[in-house]
Design a protein around this ligand. Structure first.
Ligand SMILES: NC(=O)c1ccc[n+]([C@@H]2O[C@H](COP(=O)([O-])OP(=O)(O)OC[C@H]3O[C@@H](n4cnc5c(N)ncnc54)[C@H](OP(=O)(O)O)[C@@H]3O)[C@@H](O)[C@H]2O)c1
Length: 338
């Protein structure tokens, strides 16, 4: 079996460019004992992949130069060497940016296509949905009547954060880029207020949308959004630091005076809780509850989701470039095969 794969040819400086990648076709080994041969149907594209392209210090090792780009997939089992999965099963795998893969069966999760569209395993019912669930409920701990603010709010993490906040009785304020996404925040996801971070008066709009201040800021982006949020934070506000996508392509720290002292002063004065997390820290304890709860919220319409499906493996790099600048509308997946 041959696999076409996208490998990291060089480490990007700033925006990843097509020349940072190389497409190769390789012969796969036959699956050994405990392994399965998989055909990728859908490939998940996620912001963390930008970190894997860099060799800067991180919570996970970088992809090696010449290595296949990592990523979760929804795949079909073509051949199995273990009774746990059978040929024809649809599974969640981690083969990365390639059309076929051989993977250890113990790291696969069987999916039931009758229970939910299989792509949801990459979004609302998978890692991004769990990130929202665990980060918001464990660190953000929104209470009834409090105000929760989240950016990248039409994405799989942000949209789930806003809707789970509402389920907890909080007021949800969503931030997104452009009028189309802002309309989605209100109409599809039920945010109480929706703001465009590209609007020239964004900080004023945020102030108007948060008359009682901000109790939970679920940090997905950093940059100018964080600047506008900081003065609105209430005493004892909680800030789950989930992602800082505004800076993922940055090659240097922003110019300007050092404002670290100001930030620390605010953390002290307002008794803020600022807590970074990587979702896998909560997986062992909370994933079972999440896989019980989230499908129920989907079934009763309290949580909705949105997917952006790009057609064709050849468009993977271009789609990933777009993710970092907000061209995706909803959870970004590449449709590789039927
Ligand atoms: N800690 C963890 O375990 C964990 C797990 C999963 C994801 N994350 C993080 O969660 C965040 C959201 O991930 P996702 O998968 O849901 O992605 P996503 O929302 O589908 O895509 C990223 C979005 O970020 C927004 N964005 C990009 N540059 C921005 C900027 N300069 N200012 C404001 N917004 C900007 C864009 O939306 P707009 O067009 O609306 O601006 C873009 O669509 C990312 O930071 C990601 O790294 C963390």
């Amino acid at each position: 079996m041959k696999s076409t794969r996208i490998v990291l040819a060089s480490r990007p400086t700033g925006t990843p460019e097509p020349e940072n990648f190389r497409t190769e076709t390789v012969e796969l080994p036959a699956p050994g004992e405990g392994e399965a041969l998989l055909e990728t149907l859908y490939l998940s594209l996620d912001p963390y992949m930008r970190g894997r392209m860099s060799d800067a210090p991180s919570y996970s090792p970088p992809v090696a130069i010449g290595g296949t780009m990592v990523g979760a997939t929804v795949s079909r089992v073509l051949e199995s060497r273990d009774a746990a999965v059978r040929s024809g099963d649809i599974v969640l795998g981690y083969g990365g940016w390639q059309t076929h893969s051989v993977e250890p069966i113990r790291q696969l999760r069987r999916l039931d296509p009758a229970a939910a569209p299989v792509t949801t395993a990459l979004g609302v019912l998978g890692m991004p949905g769990f990130t929202a669930y665990s980060g918001l409920l464990t660190i953000g701990r929104p209470k009834s009547g409090e105000t929760v603010v989240v950016a990248a709010a039409t994405g799989p993490v942000g949209s789930a954060v806003g809707q789970i906040a509402k389920i907890q009785g909080a007021r949800a304020v969503g931030i997104a880029g452009g009028p189309q996404k802002v309309a989605l925040l209100r109409e599809r996801f039920g945010f109480d207020a929706a703001i465009d971070h590209r609007a020239p008066d964004f900080a004023d709009q945020l102030a108007a949308a948060t008359p009682d201040g901000i109790d939970v800021y679920f940090e997905n982006v950093g940059g100018a959004v964080l600047d506008a949020v900081l003065p609105r934070l209430n005493e004892y506000a909680r800030i789950p630091v989930c992602g800082l996508i505004a800076g993922y392509n940055a090659t240097a720290l922003p110019e300007g005076p050092d404002r670290l002292g100001l930030l620390m002063g605010m953390i002290l004065r307002k008794s803020l809780t600022v807590r970074g997390f990587i979702q896998r820290e909560f997986a062992a304890e909370q994933f079972p509850a999440f896989v019980e709860q989230m499908p129920q919220w989907l079934a009763d319409g309290r949580v909705r989701y949105l997917e952006d499906v790009v057609e064709g493996f050849d468009h993977t790099v271009e789609a990933f470039q777009g993710l970092l600048v907000g061209k995706n509308v909803g959870k970004l997946v590449v449709h590789v095969a039927d």
